[in-house]
Write a protein that binds this ligand. Structure first.
Ligand code: PRX
Length: 647
């Protein structure tokens, strides 16, 4: 059994969280498991500002999900922004809501709750004047500026549904999302500074929406750089918003009305628009942010993810603001101007809770301890990780070097579809083990099943499933409920299939081992192998291609592509460049193939199905353990693949 880190006594002192000890956790988890409905209804009524308080918890369930989505708090009405903003005005109006640091170290801005409220109202009025109505979809394609949070909240204020597209996606990826969502309004900015680069956000929007029915593009001026302009369609944010009224009466929404859509990769080539609701999502964001991070009134809470991913939605914007926290927003990258940037900011801003991804931890650790130790980190109390399994070495480095052995590490397991954290230590209550996401949150009922769907009891390994809905769970895929059902509920009857494998030890602790489907997790970003393959297939010289993941020292997983070229073409660095060029232009600059192996053919069964298991094993450096090859049409191709393996 691996080592267990007991809870450091210093950090337990002063915890005012609802779950301050391991005993309190156990008691709460058992109580919630006995009656999840009652548990969540009580939490929802306590934590959310309702117009009409709900009297109903869950309706429906996994077994009936094909006929209709399950619902939480269906008779409740609210506007999410009244929990995130209005309720704080009397008690925390002058408290900093958003503390922002720009690309350049020391370039900061703050917005108090009163200021944020006024900005959100101004933009809400502007959105209405642009014709945005409740349930309209609005695409946000922006960098990490406070205005992105303002935009999310303004959409929520008017009852519109935001869909954020990460700024690292290409024009083509943006176009797919605009089309699928049916958005007619896009919010963007001129450029996004990132280290020494400027991301051309507005120019990408123009390319992405060309020929589509987008009526309005509202452009926030961040750098003042030159941008293309379409007269009659494009409007400057500052010109519209500064003259708008700072008063706006929030639109009343049903608890189950969608709050946002977020596109994520699955095992087909087409990203899914995951739909999150208003009442249930907010309840879950608020509760999990409080109990996992043990957030206190004076905390400076910093999640350095990008708001373009679910982590930023829930743990930069909705969770912290619902809880009246000071939430930090960071525009730049962890290695600019050097790999000490995070700890420099911890010292300057007195950050007490810090939340990042294992990839960033590994990348920074590779630069040595000096860049950490040079800064005062005594303000830190809780250190979080998310997005991919954290290897024990990186965990220990985070704990010992960054946290000086006195902070709680919370390794948080969750997904775009789960809306918030499902399995994680609760700071400071849960004893931790390096590499384990530990135990399920109260109200969360995970299980492990084998291939046949049989529940595994006690210490075991298997596919991670959840047996009961929780309020933050996505309800559907936008415009395609059947896809939601077939992706998550058809593998095992009556269970939510997460797509992850896991192990459970004798203490009931979960150890997530990674995806078991065709989804890769590169630097904590999800990418479907089918999406990569269809991008690569657009290159003329390519006949066939198969993409798998392989273990990567920093990124966790790297992308390994097996490529069969058309007759007459030869492998070369130029071909590789063309292939990655296609990935960049179809998916975006954040995606790329790390290793190419050019092969004469792919291993296929006699019926023509590519045997990915073999390709995965070779890419993982386990070519000696390929198992049964007797079903292959041509086993000799495997020998050639093994000989040319890049790992
Ligand atoms: O494989 C799991 C991995 O990330 C996947 C979800 O990716 P995404 O929807 O992009 O959301 C990432 C941020 C919540 C999961 O299916 N994953 C996430 N957190 C962890 C993790 N794997 C291991 N440990 C984690 N803490």
């Amino acid at each position: 059994m691996s080592e267990t880190y007991a809870v450091p006594t210093r950090v337990t002192q002063g915890s005012r969280g609802p779950i301050p000890s391991a005993e309190a956790y156990r008691e709460t988890w058992l109580r919630a498991a006995a009656n999840p409905d009652r548990f969540w209804l009580q939490i929802a009524r306590e934590r959310v500002v309702w117009r009409t308080a709900p009297t109903i918890g869950l309706e429906g369930g996994y077994r009936e999900v094909r006929e209709r989505p399950f619902t939480w708090f269906a008779d409740g009405t609210l506007n999410v922004t009244e929990t995130c903003l209005d309720q704080h005005l009397a008690t925390r109006g002058d408290k900093t809501a958003i503390l922002w640091e720009g690309d350049r170290p020391g370039e900061t801005r703050t917005l108090t709750y009163l200021q944020l409220h006024a900005e959100v109202n101004r933009l809400a009025n502007t959105l209405v004047s642009l014709g945005v109505r409740p349930d309209d979809r609005v695409i946000l394609y922006m960098g990490m500026v406070p205005e992105l949070a303002v935009a999310m909240l303004a959409c929520a204020r008017v009852g519109a549904i935001h869909s954020i597209v990460f700024g690292g996606f290409s024009a083509e990826a943006l176009r797919d999302r605009v089309l699928d969502s049916g958005a007619r309004v896009v919010l963007t900015q001129d450029e996004g500074p990132r280290g020494t680069k400027r991301v051309p956000l507005k120019a990408t929007v123009d390319a992405g929406i060309e020929g589509l029915d987008v009526e309005r593009v509202l452009v926030y001026r961040r750098t003042g750089g030159e941008v293309p302009w379409v007269a009659g369609r494009d409007l400057w944010w500052h010109e519209q918003v500064s003259s708008a009224s700072p008063e706006f009466t929030a639109v009343e929404r049903g608890a189950e009305d969608p709050l946002f859509i977020l596109y994520t990769s699955g095992s087909t080539g087409k990203p899914k628009g995951v739909v999150h609701t208003s009442g249930g999502y907010l309840t879950y964001a608020s509760y999990t942010h409080q109990v996992v991070f043990d957030v206190r009134e004076d905390d400076v809470y910093a999640c350095v993810a990008d708001i373009g991913w679910i982590t930023g939605h829930t743990y930069i914007v909705y969770g912290p603001l619902a809880n009246g926290a000071t939430t930090f927003m960071f525009e730049s990258v962890p290695t600019y101007p050097d790999a000490g940037r995070y700890w420099d900011m911890v010292e300057r801003h007195g950050i007490s809770v810090f939340y990042t991804a294992p990839t960033a931890i590994r990348a920074i650790a590779a630069h040595g301890d000096d860049l950490v130790k040079r800064y005062d980190r005594s303000s830190l109390r809780v250190l979080g990780t998310v997005g991919e399994p954290i290897n024990p070495d990186a965990w220990r480095w985070y704990y010992e070097v960054v946290g000086e052995g006195r902070c709680t590490i919370v390794d948080t397991w969750w997904q775009t579809e789960t809306g918030g954290i499902l399995i994680a230590p609760l700071a400071p209550a849960t004893p931790t083990k390096p590499g384990s996401a530990t135990l399920p949150l109260p109200g969360i009922l995970p299980a492990l099943v084998n291939q046949e769907g049989e529940l595994q009891v006690g210490p075991s390994s298997g596919y991670l499933v959840i047996t009961h809905p929780w309020p933050g769970q996505a309800r559907t895929v936008f415009g395609d409920h059947e896809r939601y059902v077939s992706t998550y509920f058809s593998n095992y009857e009556g269970l939510y299939f997460t797509g992850d494998g896991a192990r459970r030890d004798g203490d009931g602790y979960y150890w997530i081992t990674g995806r078991v489907d065709d989804v890769l997790n590169i630097s904590g970003h999800r990418l479907g192998t089918a999406e990569l393959e269809s991008a690569l297939l657009t290159v003329d010289s390519v006949a066939e291609v198969a993409v798998v993941g392989y273990p990567h020292q920093v990124k966790g997983q790297g992308v390994y592509a097996y490529v069969v070229l058309q007759p007459g073409f030869e492998a070369s660095a130029l071909v590789e460049e063309a292939l990655n060029g296609a990935v960049r232009s179809i998916i975006g600059p954040f995606a790329r193939v790390d290793l190419f192996q050019f092969v004469p053919g792919l291993p296929k069964t006699r019926s023509g199905k590519v045997m990915r298991r073999i390709l995965r094993k070779v890419a993982e450096g386990e070519a000696e353990a390929l198992g049964d090859l007797s079903t292959l049409a041509d086993p000799s191709v495997v020998e050639v693949i093994k000989c040319g393996a890049k790992v």
